[in-house]
Design a protein around this ligand. Structure first.
Ligand code: HEM
Length: 221
């Protein structure tokens, strides 16, 4: 199976949606335990964070191991992370705040861990909305700069998690270590793609760079 072909893409979508399917099943069969809303918040938050970290690990894996076939899946994983974050926020809004956006704004202003969660959600929304080829072309080099926000979103998600935890910080600390590792790996020297001379867009002389209308070669780095 080709790593970039349709079956591989469908497999990634199916695997990413499986926890949601399980959640729906447990919801329909009263399998969410004594605190179903807490359980939904817990599972959607956890999967949003996991998928975000998985999407962040694509670039280091490609650079270190040369797994170029993973690249198209980075966007899928990012969109799935956004989907779980949206469900996570919707759970809070519907079950905890009776769908009151005014209450949500006052929660954002009042509780620091909600403030950080909200900021993270805004970043994920921006990343999801601009993840299309059209936006890549429109933004050119600025697209790459904008999409570095994904690192801030990962830090935000871990801080939000750690802040929401009352006592046991072990789990958020494990996620914090993974984010630190992924950020650290970004600093390693790049491995050229097959057929690439080693020069990347940032190092090309100005005269050879593409105009603002065209997506640069490294825009998907
Ligand atoms: C406006 C946006 C958000 C709101 C209102 C929100 C709200 C909440 C609430 C109420 C909790 C439960 C805290 C508790 O147990 O007392 C929680 C936990 C959590 N949230 Fe969020 N959140 C938001 C955004 C996000 C985002 C964007 C992510 C990840 C990308 C995220 C990941 C998590 C995680 C991992 C937990 C801990 C889950 C657990 O293990 O129980 N949240 N959030």
């Amino acid at each position: 199976m080709s790593p970039t072909g349709l079956p591989a893409r469908l497999l990634v979508w199916a695997a990413g949606l499986a926890p949601l399917g399980l959640l729906a099943w447990d919801f329909a069969t009263d399998g969410l335990g004594a605190e179903p809303v807490e359980e939904i918040t817990h599972r959607t938050g956890q999967w949003a964070l996991r998928l975000l970290l998985l999407s962040l690990s694509v670039t280091p894996l490609r650079r270190m191991l040369g797994w170029h076939g993973l690249i198209p899946h980075r966007r899928t994983l990012g969109l799935l992370a956004f989907l779980y974050a949206l469900l996570h926020l919707a759970t809070f809004l519907v079950f905890d705040l009776d769908l009151s956006f005014g209450e949500l704004l006052s929660e954002v202003a009042k509780r620091p861990y909600i403030t950080v969660g909200f900021a993270t959600f805004v970043m994920l929304s921006l990343l999801a909305a601009t993840s299309t080829r059209g936006w890549m072309r429109r933004l050119g080099r600025r697209w790459t700069t904008l999409h570095r926000l994904v690192y801030a979103a990962a830090v935000g998600a871990v801080v939000h998690f750690a802040w929401s935890v009352k006592a046991d910080l072990r789990e958020p600390l494990v996620y914090a270590a993974v984010v630190a590792l992924l950020l650290g790996l970004r600093l390693l020297p790049r491995r050229p793609r097959p057929g690439q001379s080693g020069a990347n867009y940032a190092t090309l002389p100005r005269s050879t760079k593409t105009g603002s209308g065209a997506a640069p070669a490294t825009v998907t780095e």
